[in-house]
Design a protein around this ligand. Structure first.
Ligand code: MRU
Length: 351
């Protein structure tokens, strides 16, 4: 079976476990995890066994449904109180991708709307809502693919960073959706994929899923991207994102901002692919976006048998950076292609 035949996130047949591909093991092992407890789900998100903003949102939706299912009461007020505890717990797993709190809020709204009804009914509605979040993600990614494809030509060289692919969503990916669609239509893109230090989502995941689908993929170290641009090999950059502020500033995997700066210097369009659920109107600018800091060991010890840096050396390891809106050529959402001034376009989406 191809990796793309597996759901990134699903419920098992009896709706009693969250089933994910353990992304920390790819591309060497395809290991499927069945997660039953809230702690297991929290850990899976924190440890990046399931990762990528939309996939985290879908996992949280199903995860909090499983928590709700396990609350053994017919007292709605008690049910709601326990539900909120479970939701707050999952919400604390990672801070930057807004899809996590967005999905949990959708689930909480179901519980609030169900006041006056039965707990059993609320549980059914929560399951339906979690499934809807997943289906909408599929539809959204497909639309981002269509819109993104309209911005490139057959034969183009396209650079991407991290993994905004199927493994980060429910299907197609965001940044990769135009690539998959173009591939189906015979566009013969040349995809260049940053390895994405420190956790190598580009090398381990993006190059794996795209090459499994038969696309032409080349992996490079992050610091090599500007040289590739200078050689004229890149006609567009597509990346995903974890949170877009109301002014269009966009947080994505660390190393995205330098790509945008280099793309601007070389006159290459730089596109952010973002489901509208990734836009956070409560963050006015990128300065309001909380950037996750990760453990130093990811930089110093993770990939070699021996240490990669001296013991106790100081480490700077933010998981994301923010690309200023002025460096972004367009933000591709399922609701349309947004261009500067972003504030007006973004407000129009949420009217
Ligand atoms: C469609 S996924 C968009 C982003 O979540 C993705 O580009 C990214 O930065 C993922 O970071 P990760 O730390 O692997 O969760």
């Amino acid at each position: 079976m191809n990796i793309l035949d597996y759901d990134t996130v699903a419920l098992d047949d009896s709706d009693s476990a969250l089933v994910i591909i353990d992304q920390t093991k790819l591309p060497n092992q395809l290991e499927i995890l069945h997660l039953h407890t809230q702690k297991e789900i929290w850990d899976a998100i924190y440890l990046l066994q399931v990762r990528g903003a939309p996939a985290i949102g879908v996992a949280a939706g199903y995860g909090v449904y499983l928590a709700a299912k396990g609350i053994d009461t017919e007292d709605y007020a008690f049910f709601e109180q326990e539900f909120v505890k479970a939701s707050d717990y999952l919400n604390s797993s990672r801070p930057t991708a807004v899809n996590l709190s967005w999905a949990l809020k959708r689930m909480k709204d179901v519980v609030i709307a169900g006041r006056g009804g039965s707990v059993a009914d609320a549980k059914q509605k929560l399951l339906a809502e979690a499934k809807a979040i997943q289906q909408e993600d599929i539809d959204t990614c497909r639309r981002i693919g269509e819109l993104g494809l309209s911005l490139v030509k057959p034969g183009d060289g396209i650079l991407t960073h991290c993994n905004a692919g199927q493994l980060a969503t429910s299907r197609y990916g965001t940044a990769t959706a135009p690539m998959y669609l173009g591939h189906k239509q015979g566009y013969h893109f040349k995809i260049y994929c940053d390895e994405t230090r420190p956790l190598l989502q580009g090398a381990r995941l993006t190059s794996y899923e795209l090459s499994s689908a038969g696309l032409d993929v080349t992996v490079l170290c992050d610091g090599m991207a500007a040289s590739l641009m200078k050689q004229g090999k890149i006609q567009a950059v597509f990346t995903g994102c974890d949170r877009v502020a109301a002014n269009g500033d966009a947080a994505n995997k660390i190393g995205t901002m330098p790509l945008a700066i280099a793309a601007k210097y070389f006159g290459i369009p730089f596109y952010i692919c973002a489901p509208s659920s990734t836009i956070d109107m409560s963050s006015k600018t990128g300065r309001d976006i909380k950037i996750e800091q990760r453990p130093a060991e990811e930089v110093t010890e993770m990939w070699y048998k021996e240490r990669m840096a001296p013991k106790d050396v100081k480490v700077f390891n933010p998981a994301f950076d923010v690309t200023d809106a002025e460096l972004i050529t367009a933000i591709i959402t399922e609701k349309g292609i947004l261009r500067a001034p972003y504030t007006e376009f973004i407000k129009a989406i949420f009217k």
